[in-house]
Design a binder for this molecule. Structure first.
Ligand SMILES: Nc1ccc(Br)nc1
Length: 446
């Protein structure tokens, strides 16, 4: 709360002059609404998560990229009625430019691919971990920022690319202890929707809009879904047929509906066949209701879900072969996914799989009296130059305080710099787990 007493956290007296503030009031020490601080224990978990994202990305031969958190608003102005557009964290900067805090990473990636043009050789396999933003009325109390891991393959038209991306996510899940009994992937293709809409002569330019409406199934009442579909030039018959197809959960039933000649079916059959080869069939299921909430998907779409059904989608992605041309570039086949940092942590908590991540410092070094503070610094430098981590006690503290701190930072060794030993070029080394204590020559420290 704003009037929370802010502990200065200083133990000694403070001699420096007070910082001049316009307002005498205490500032609110909480982060802005919908945002988070990462104190050490949270930062350790975040670093652990990102380390696993990076390790998998490298294992699949992907290169890391990043983009500005601030982008031109134009990157996200799509007319399909997406939630991501309604919640854009956008504003006019001091140069009167319309800008936005990025709500997702894919448009930035598309922009960079266009910028690089012919200077990059295909296929591109890029990954990024970046903070993404939305501005949502805090009535729902939801977060306004999260970190997303993205992996994208640019330049591969074949479903092999989607199969590879799904394999990378499964590799990640396995790395952190999740199995096919914990999570799965619902797989479909936007071409299913496309083929139904074509049967009922729904104009092509309604495709993105219909996808966004369909994505709201289960989130808003079905009557509103039907009304929205009518407003997208769909007849009653077309709507009923579409909803019927979207309820299909078997490729055989889909084939009965759409026939065997369409691309939707051939893509999906190929993907499930590749899943066999990769050895991850048990992780996948066909579910025609999956469309995902981004207008630019054009083919296979998929989302990771928790089999207990308690949580929102863990991750999601798909093929987006037409995105580059919406920015004036030449189209290139593309597919990718986004994987947020929130649901996965909720899932790991549920499954008791959160890792125990303690601070670990090898050495804590302290001098036994004020005159030896410099000697203690010299010992710290020697150890650090050998690549060891050292927490150097910076003030004259009683041993009781030093032992307490050593336990809190989980130090392996306590190095005591005392007068008598120092005169002999020695220090006292105590292994804290065993209590064993030995005198060691400084130049033999390791
Ligand atoms: N797109 C987006 C951005 C930020 C959060 Br939190 N959720 C979704």
């Amino acid at each position: 709360s704003a009037n929370q007493n802010v502990r200065t956290g200083r133990s000694g007296s403070v001699s420096s002059p007070p910082v001049e503030h316009d307002n005498a009031e205490k500032i609110d020490v909480n982060p802005p609404k919908g945002t988070r601080d990462f104190p050490p224990e949270d930062m350790r978990l975040r670093n652990w998560l990102f380390h696993n994202f990076r390790e998998v990305s490298k294992q699949f031969g992907f290169e890391e990229v990043d983009f500005p958190v601030l982008e031109s608003e134009a990157l996200y102005i799509r007319k399909a009625g997406e939630e991501i557009r309604d919640q854009l964290y956008c504003f006019e900067d001091r140069g009167n430019r319309r800008v936005a805090l990025r709500p997702e990473l894919t448009p930035s990636l598309a922009r960079l691919v266009i910028q690089k043009g012919k200077s990059v050789s295909l296929p591109l396999k890029w990954f990024a971990i970046g903070q993404c933003w939305r501005y949502e009325r805090m009535t729902r109390g939801r977060r306004r920022e999260h970190y997303q891991w993205n992996m994208d393959i640019i330049g591969v038209p074949d479903v092999m690319a989607e199969a590879e991306l799904i394999s990378s996510i499964i590799t990640f899940f396995k790395r952190i202890g999740l199995t096919a009994s914990d999570v799965g992937f619902k797989i479909s293709s936007r071409k299913v929707l496309q083929e139904v809409l074509r049967c009922y002569s729904v104009p092509e330019n309604m495709f993105g809009r219909v996808c966004i409406i369909i994505d709201k199934i289960g989130k808003i009442p079905m009557d509103d879904i039907r009304k929205d579909l009518q407003s997208a030039d769909m007849s009653e018959v077309a709507i009923e047929e579409l909803l019927q197809v979207l309820s299909l959960k078997s490729l055989a039933k889909l084939e009965e509906k759409l026939g065997a000649s369409g691309e939707a079916l051939s893509d999906l059959k190929q993907l499930f066949s590749l899943a066999e080869k990769y050895g991850y069939s048990e992780w996948l299921q066909f579910d025609a209701s999956i469309v995902r909430g981004l207008a630019y998907y054009t083919g296979i779409v998929f989302e990771g879900f928790d089999r207990e059904g308690k949580l929102r989608a863990i991750c999601g992605g798909g093929r987006y072969d037409r995105l580059l041309s919406t920015f004036g570039g030449d189209d290139l086949p593309a597919c990718g996914f986004g994987f947020g940092d929130a649901v996965i942590v909720e899932l790991l908590k549920e499954r008791g799989l959160l890792p125990q991540l303690n601070l670990q410092v090898e050495n804590i070094v302290c001098s036994l009296d004020q005159e030896l503070q410099g000697a203690a610094s010299a010992v710290a430098t020697i150890l650090r130059e050998k690549g060891q981590s050292v927490d150097l006690v910076l003030e004259n503290k009683p041993l009781k305080w030093v032992f307490k701190r050593a336990a809190r930072i989980n130090a392996r060794r306590l190095i005591l710099v005392g007068n008598a030993e120092w005169q002999k070029g020695m220090v006292n080394v105590k292994t804290l787990s065993t209590g064993e204590q030995v005198e060691i020559k400084i130049d033999e420290l390791e």
